[in-house]
Design a protein around this ligand. Structure first.
Ligand code: ZN
Length: 215
């Protein structure tokens, strides 16, 4: 398997191939804060300024976070047997929860709302969110953990957090090397779309007569 540097390079390559297909939306922006991107050190490492639209940032941040998650999964599977067993149990419980619309999406869509924003007076027939849990079945109950087992598990969770932190740092350092490529692509493919949208809005304002000459 590739090292961290190779995986980060590959994630940036994939994002650079995706970016030309991205088109600025004219829809009202979402008001809900994205837990993946808000305050993410990956965004600073990538050199994203506050003007870079969220979907553009999310697509890269999602792919880069996957590298960290995969490394932690790998480390856990190899070194942390108690935590691994807990995770497998949780995964089994999840399988009993039925249809999960937010699972298994490609990184561009992970962590975003699965349904479009509802419009007033036009209710949806159904939403994906509303279908969550369809096909659920009863999971087997589990035996309670002893105090020693809990302490041992907590220790393994600390180790896995430490792995996430050190991998996160390595990933961000590797990402800084790609900042020029990322910045160039944003300037070439994203900024002209923002400028076009803004000048369209200004043209609209000038077009209504009374405010002509304001800009
Ligand atoms: Zn996001």
């Amino acid at each position: 398997m590739d090292g961290i540097d190779g995986r980060v390079r590959n994630a940036v390559d994939v994002w650079l191939r995706w970016l030309p297909r991205w088109q600025i939306g004219t829809a009202r922006p979402r008001t809900r804060i994205c837990r993946k991107c808000t305050g993410s050190p990956i965004a600073s490492a990538a050199g994203f300024g506050p003007d870079v639209p969220h979907p553009v940032q999310h697509a890269l941040i999602g792919r880069i976070s996957t590298i960290i998650e995969d490394s932690v999964d790998d480390y856990t599977a190899k070194n942390l047997p108690l935590l691994q067993r807990e995770l497998e149990r949780a995964a089994a419980r999840k399988r009993h929860e039925g249809y999960q619309p937010a699972e298994g999406l490609s990184p561009e869509f992970q962590g975003l709302d699965v349904d479009p924003q509802p419009q007033e007076g036009a209710p949806f027939l159904f939403t994906l969110e509303g279908l969550a849990g369809t096909g659920a079945s009863q999971a087997a109950p589990r035996e309670p953990l002893s105090d020693e087992a809990k302490a041992a598990l907590r220790h393994e969770i600390d180790l896995s957090d430490e792995c996430a932190r050190s991998t996160g740092t390595a990933v961000c350092l590797a990402l800084i090397d790609h900042r020029p490529r990322i910045t160039e692509a944003v300037e070439r493919l994203v900024e002209p779309q923002i400028e076009a949208l803004v000048s369209d809005m200004f043209r609209g304002l000038e077009g209504d007569g009374s405010r002509g000459g304001l800009f």
